[in-house]
Design a protein around this ligand. Sequence first.
Ligand code: BG6
Length: 490
Amino acid sequence: MQTSLACDLLIVGGEGDLALRKLYPALYSLWVSKCLPAEFRIIAVSRRETSPAEFFDQVRSWFDTSKSARQFDEAAWAAFTSSLTFFSLDATSGAALSQLRADMLADSARDLVVYLATPPTIFGPVCEAIKQAGLVRPNTRIVVEKPLGADRESFLAINSQLTAIFEERQVYRIDHYLGKETVQNLLALRFANMFLEPLWNSKYIDNVQITVAESLGVTGRWEFYDSAGAMRDMLQNHLLQLLCLTAMEPPTHLEPTAVRNEKLKVLSCLRPLQPEMLRDNVVLGQYQTGTAGGKPVPGYCEEADAQPQSRTETFVAIKAHIDNWRWAGVPFYLRTGKRLHAQFSEIVVEFKPVPHSIYPEQRVMDAPNRLIIRLQPEETISLELMNKVAGLDVRIPLRTAALDLSFPEENEPGATPDAYQRLLLDVIRENPTLFVRADEVEEAWKWVDQIKALLERAGKAPEKYAAGSWGPTSAVALIARDGRSWREYD
Ligand code: BG6
């Protein structure tokens, strides 16, 4: 796997939110860090009648707020933009793309990456136009991002439009959580070290908690979000991918097929829910008026463009089980929601208590070891251990201390690459390991679809929770019923 020397990146939807917010800042950072191929060009296209000058202004204005473009400097920006070209054209038209090919993309020796930063409704027509323009070459790759359907059936329909024209090896499905630095560190921690593997099973692990908590609401994208909800927007993809990496067997190597086969096995072992399991295993919530950052904020149904009667969930908590030897009996508690008390994502692996305490006064049994893999806002891995408080106290007091297992950033603070930098570079380098294969997406939909069908049949409506809280109280009960609690923060 090598970065080819000459590569073109065609961004369809080049003026959209994803491109402006994530792709250009990530590309700029890669460019500044000299990670891109020697001959690299970005060709952005959009259907809107925008002049190149207006386009560059828009791209430029995003840099002021972007985290990933922290090395921004005027001279570097001027040089970067020399590799960026904009065309106002309709990418669903074979004739328009043929003209683009003649103008810019005639050299078939150059790699071509086509990023569809558009809604999936036009994936099919754009792929058809790419084919008509003669741009489907062995060295062409196509990149797509969620939402990839609203259920298994619609995913298969979208996917068949892609695979009718491209081979699976050419299709890169992004789940940006897989590009996060700590996610890759989790793999290193598990598979490049020996100490955890003997403990990584139901004999020693009591439960796993995966939380993706957001303090933001859905401001600005109500309509899209309402058609998805937390289960489709977050659970089906980001949370299940984190679960896979935590639970999968060691792959024989880091080749894409080996890693993806192991993730697929985990997904296919997820226990389907039965109707009688709904009540105790699934909690849906919807945020109401409350506070965020000390300021009052509206409820979900009072946001701009909202439908007041919406029953879409903005919070979901689920107790999942993986039916295989390693994980038999270990609950995986998953939760995600908008307008929660804090903004953080983490995986907590909680070990079983010691079988017998020699510190009877110290409640050792109540303080299990916990491995905490924090994805954001900080990217850290720590291990909570019981530790003796220094001193001569005859009672030998103990306390929980966190051992920091993460390494200090090698360069200046904040130098960790953004997920999109990693993923864009991997597409350019033709390395699909951190991308999701079609069968994984399908399997994840199968599990989510059957839960959604049960919820619909049961007419289960989301419970209300105040913005700025930890979600519905039933989510606390879901885990408390098992004698456990979520790890929470102030
Ligand atoms: C996206 C969801 O996939 O992930 C958004 O559509 C969500 O609703 C976002 O806010 C969260 O990503 P991150 O990287 O900010 O945690």
